[in-house]
Write a protein that binds this ligand. Structure first.
Ligand code: ADP
Ligand code: MG
Length: 240
């Protein structure tokens, strides 16, 4: 069915415990699964089910209590802080619920920021940022600051910033949580179109059933465990 070779992400017996006073919260209970390249994978579940904990683990933002996460063949839970930071810049993009734009930077500067860390010269950075902002429909907002833009516009900058480096994997934690229905659809279409164009893998965390519609795979969590894992039958353009 998949025909796309090896898994991109492998999660093995992943466990995350948090201390809570005298008690311990087990946010992830020894879960295992694999994600294939090009999947738009929705991590779905109610509040407190462990979605953000899992995303933080997949992106190497927190260390596990036990078990491991491999991206490609790299056990990210074993990388040093420095190596992890380099790895993230090279291969990962992030979209946040509250956009997380730099308030003192324009749309253009925010979008170009990930390229600064890649050592790309200013002119090329600005050209790339301009062309991706055009794709997300913001060519008339290049010099606007975040507080001069609507939530939907800010999130489109967030999307442009996440995709400008063409990362292998883009993580999005409740990316439309602060947006209305119409803007939610626009934002999700954009994420999906970028992912399909560059064969990127998306990890989308949400509690909204409507967002799961955009996914090719839905992993549902409850109390730190996987209670269902479904793939939509994909009809590949080239296979018919
Ligand atoms: P979701 O994103 O699905 O709403 P989370 O992954 O944020 O859920 O949380 C899962 C569980 O772990 C919750 O019970 C939450 O209270 C707990 N938890 C998450 N982060 C921490 C933390 N830093 N310290 C203690 N408990 C945490
Ligand atoms: Mg969460």
């Amino acid at each position: 069915m998949n025909g796309k070779g090896k898994p991109l992400i492998r999660v093995k017996n992943l466990r995350k415990e948090y201390p809570a006073g005298e008690d311990t919260v087990i946010a992830l209970k020894d879960i295992s699964f694999e994600i294939m390249p090009g999947e738009i994978c929705c991590i779905f579940g109610t509040s407190g089910s462990g979605k953000s904990t899992l995303l933080n683990q997949l992106a190497g933002l927190e260390s596990p209590t036990s078990g491991e996460v491999l991206i490609g063949n790299i056990p990210i839970s074993k990388l040093s802080e420095n190596d992890l930071a380099v790895f993230r810049q090279k291969y990962l993009g992030f979209i946040f619920q509250s956009y997380n734009l730099m308030q003192t930077m324009t749309a253009l500067e925010n979008t170009a920021l990930p390229l600064v860390f890649k050592g790309i010269d200013k002119k090329t950075r600005e050209q790339s940022a301009k062309s991706i902002l055009e794709i997300v429909g913001l060519s008339n907002r290049l010099n606007h600051y975040p507080n001069q833009m609507s939530g939907g516009q800010q999130q489109r900058v967030g999307i442009a910033r996440a995709f400008i480096t063409k990362p292998k994997i883009v993580f999005a934690d409740e990316p439309t949580g602060n947006l209305d229905t119409k803007t939610t659809i626009e934002v999700m279409e954009m994420i999906k179109n970028f992912a399909e164009k560059y064969n990127q893998t998306i990890i989308l965390v949400t509690h909204e059933p409507e967002l799961a519609e955009y996914a090719t795979r839905v992993i549902t969590l409850a109390d730190g465990e996987i209670i269902s894992d479904t793939r939509k039958e994909q009809v590949h353009k080239y296979e018919q």
